[in-house]
Design a protein around this ligand. Structure first.
Ligand code: HEM
Length: 525
């Protein structure tokens, strides 16, 4: 106190600056020369500061994935892309990194959740053993068998979407398909979790405002991720209340609270078993402790699952639909295939099981998940080399807590995140010739080639932390595409939409097309 009061303001500022400079220099030197990852190559800025990643993600509008690829070209297949993280650019390592729990323990990298609003969960759970327990109770609910029992919930909503299209048919109304599919997906996911699900499909504009906010939320993730104090300010109770009021996100919490009460009040024996069971009821009946999902319990879990994948589904499907609408020849092949199955199925409504036997439809869905686009949209061949297929542009990281991982002659130390990007695998021209072309027929290759393609096809990741809802995503894809393109379905025509509205261009938390895109829009005839 005595020393401080003896200093003038100017002197105090100088001392503070000197102290900060000394601290920063020491930290940078430590990161460059003494850190356990110091021997791994990469640009000096990437190895010494997180600002490099922030700059390319925020100011570069989600283009760090391109910079990372550039660094690989210069420094080799294993590089250090932040002070804490290694990145591998070699598909042969994917199945070593993303492993099943029987192979070894896998933890999540907490920084990957920073800025998403789910920092407390780090997807389902950071810790390996906690994660195993949680997936142990969640996986049965998302199994193919269980989803087949709940299939009518998705089929009914697809029907509702088609009915709405029929009502609009012949008018000049422009429909935003991206928002419509977002609504369909949100309502379908909601129907798995709550007895009182959302009804965005009933909104005149398919709840455009909600999804616009979701999109701007995705764009602001880098700010919240890199400035944690900023996120803390926003999570103060008053601001939280204001944000929840403004965004309407509170609605899921309220629904979850009500659902927990309802489910807990039901008898636990056989008489409590119901056909229209929900995820929350499933957890209550299995006496799962809420703490398994962190301090927020079932409510946080419900919110996570509700929001985890709707954006991905609507982006992928909007792109697939665009490719088909721009390609009458392929669309005709699909329509012929669908005609047969609709004619032969009970009540002219095929089931998921029947639809997944259709080879062309299946190839279209796979190609949509791999997602390609037209190279003529790009200005230069350099662009072409970089922007070809979707996959997760944003990398995905795993931590091996107990054992070092071997990559060729390198030992990748345990306890540090190692990441990879499926984007480059889906985009490998040696496996997917002309990867920029949307070509479902590529999935009819001879068995040897197909085996390699399938091992490079990882839209849902692999191993113990792969997507919880991949079966659900397949089911949704089958129903939506089959009903939109069956004979007699309303005819969709693209409105002021071209491939640039679906070309992956920005690698934020989720992949985004050009930021000026208004989504895929159609008129209905
Ligand atoms: C096209 C659609 C989708 C794609 C491509 C996709 C892809 C993925 C991927 C790659 C992961 C692993 C992330 C990582 O490595 O850290 C993942 C995890 C996850 N996904 Fe999806 N997803 C989709 C849709 C959905 C939907 C609709 C839901 C919810 C109903 C969902 C729920 C989850 C959850 C909860 C996790 C975390 C799993 C865990 O930590 O164990 N996803 N997803």
């Amino acid at each position: 106190m005595g020393l401080l009061s003896a200093l003038s303001l100017g002197e105090a500022v100088i001392i503070l600056c000197l102290f900060s400079a000394a601290y920063t220099t020491t930290l940078v030197l430590y990161r460059l020369y003494f850190h356990p990852l110091a021997k791994f190559p990469g640009s000096v800025l990437a190895r010494s500061t997180f600002l490099y990643e922030f700059g390319y993600t925020y100011f570069g509008k989600g283009r760090y994935y391109l910079k990372v690829k550039h660094m690989h070209r210069k420094y080799g297949p294993v590089i250090r892309i932040t002070p804490d993280e290694l990145h591998v650019d070699d598909p042969s390592f994917f199945h070593t990194l993303f492993v099943h729990h029987a192979v070894r323990k896998t933890e999540n990298y907490p920084r990957a959740s920073d800025g998403t609003g789910f920092e407390d969960m780090i997807a389902i759970s950071k810790d390996h053993d906690m994660h195993r327990q949680a997936r142990g109770v969640l996986d049965p609910f998302f199994s193919k068998a269980k989803l087949t029992e709940m299939e009518h919930r998705v089929a009914d909503r697809v029907q509702k979407l088609c009915d709405r299209f029929r009502c609009i048919r012949g008018t000049d109304t422009v429909v935003n398909i991206t928002n419509a599919i977002n609504s369909l997906t949100s309502d379908s996911v909601s129907s798995l979790i709550f007895e009182d699900p959302s009804d965005y499909l009933g909104d005149a504009d398919f709840n455009e405002a909600y999804f616009t906010r979701l999109r701007s939320g995705i764009l602001s993730v880098p700010i919240f991720a890199h400035l944690p104090w900023f996120a803390k300010v926003f999570s103060t109770p008053i601001l939280k209340f204001a944000i929840e009021k403004a965004t309407g996100w509170r609605v899921w919490d309220d629904k979850a609270q009500r659902q927990i009460l309802k489910s807990r009040l039901r008898p636990n024996g056989k008489e409590g078993v119901r056909d229209d069971t929900t995820l929350i009821e499933h957890l209550c009946r299995n006496n799962v402790q809420q703490e398994m999902f962190g301090g927020g319990g079932f409510c946080r879990l419900a919110l996570l699952i509700q929001q985890a994948g709707t954006y991905n589904v609507s982006y992928t499907l909007s792109a697939t639909i665009t490719h088909l609408l721009l390609d009458p020849t392929r669309l005709a092949i699909l329509r012929t295939e669908l005609g047969l199955v609709f004619a032969q199925s009970k009540n002219n409504i095929p089931t998921w099981r029947e639809l997944e036997k259709l080879p062309y439809l299946t190839a279209i869905i796979k190609e949509g998940l791999r997602l390609a686009f037209d190279p003529s949209l790009l200005k230069s061949t350099t662009d072409l080399a970089f922007r070809m297929a979707m996959g997760a542009m944003n990398r995905s990281a795993r931590v091996s807590p107990d054992v070092d991982l071997q990559y060729r002659d390198l030992l990748l130390p345990k306890g540090y995140p190692i990441s990879m990007s499926s984007y480059w695998m889906h985009n490998d021209p040696t496996v997917f010739p002309k990867p920029h072309i949307f070509k479902p027929e590529r999935w009819f290759s001879e068995p040897g080639k197909l085996k390699v393609m399938n091992s490079y096809f990882v839209p849902f990741s692999r191993g113990s932390r792969m997507c919880l809802a991949q079966n659900f995503v397949w089911m949704l894809n089958y129903h939506i595409l089959a009903h939109l393109f069956r004979a007699g379905a309303p005819d969709l025509k693209l409105f002021e939409t071209d491939k640039s509205d679906v070309v992956p261009a920005h690698g934020y938390l989720f992949v985004m097309p050009k930021l000026s895109s208004k989504g895929v829009r159609v008129t209905i005839h």
